[in-house]
Design a protein around this ligand. Structure first.
Ligand code: ZN
Length: 263
């Protein structure tokens, strides 16, 4: 994502975004022989060895700043958000290693896209990065796996949560990341009143011999076996040109051919 980026669905649900400009996973989930063995944690190291900012992937607040050597901070989303796998739910995110966290008191709120954390090298770290764990719902509970390593309770695969819109992928950690594509919204159906009747516009297929109109709504708008055929009435030019011809459909029943209106 970009700094300051905000993204919502048409219904107003925030879309969870990968919280950095560059995706470079230096240690991925369940990586054997590492501190992520048996966990769903990833290390995000940004563009290079420097300290990139992390942006709030959704609007959220600090719920824990534990002041441990790792500089652990946990955030809770303010609302239920859209995940990359289609889930709509709250998220909790635990991050480690920012060098300075004194500016992150419990209760501090961030809008989606605000700078909320930074890569660092504190605690159990070998080079600037952010250790990240994301879980379903609101939790601060830490669980310890058989491997000896820790996760937030209810942790999930980060690629199931974060879309990578506007993030530049350098190293994907072997995970399948998705891009949020807003659905195409059909144009609004505007009823038209003709005399006492109310119509909506629909399409028909034109042929050189005339216009075929679906006969019945029961056919779901598919042409019936014997559709009306409107004979050409001298205005042949229009019939030829307007494939995908507009006609008016009376609400609840198809119009008679005399009620067909040219575009
Ligand atoms: Zn890590």
């Amino acid at each position: 994502m970009l700094k300051g980026q905000k993204l919502k669905t048409i219904g107003g649900v925030e879309v969870a975004l990968l919280p950095m400009r560059y995706l470079r996973v230096t240690q991925t989930i369940d990586e054997d022989g590492t501190t992520h063995d048996g966990t769903l944690n990833i290390d995000l190291a940004g563009r290079d060895s420097g300290r990139d900012d992390m942006y709030a992937p959704v609007s959220w607040s600090v719920v824990r700043n534990s002041n441990t050597p790792n500089h652990e901070v946990i955030y809770w989303s303010d609302n239920k958000v859209l995940w990359a796998n289609g889930t709509i739910d709250y998220i909790s995110v635990r991050v480690l290693h920012d060098d300075v966290v004194i500016d992150l008191p419990v209760g501090r709120n961030f809008d989606q896209g605000d700078v909320c954390y930074q890569e660092g090298n504190t605690g159990d770290s070998q080079g600037n990065h952010i250790h990240l764990c994301v879980a379903r719902g609101h939790t601060t509970k830490i669980i310890k796996h058989a491997s000896g390593y820790r996760d937030l309770d209810g942790s999930v695969n980060p690629s199931d949560v974060f879309y990578i819109n506007d993030t530049i992928v350098i190293k994907d950690g072997g995970l399948k990341w998705g891009i949020y594509v807003p659905p195409i919204v059909p144009p609004p159906i505007i009823p038209i009143k003709v005399g006492d009747k109310v119509f909506i516009k629909t399409t028909a297929t034109t042929y050189l011999s005339g216009v075929k109109i679906p006969q019945s709504r029961k056919k779901g708008g598919v042409f019936a076996k014997n559709p009306y055929t409107i004979k050409q009435d001298g205005d042949t030019d229009r019939y030829k040109k307007n494939n995908g011809y507009w006609l008016l459909k009376e609400i609840n029943s198809w119009v008679k051919k005399t009620e067909v209106e040219r575009k």
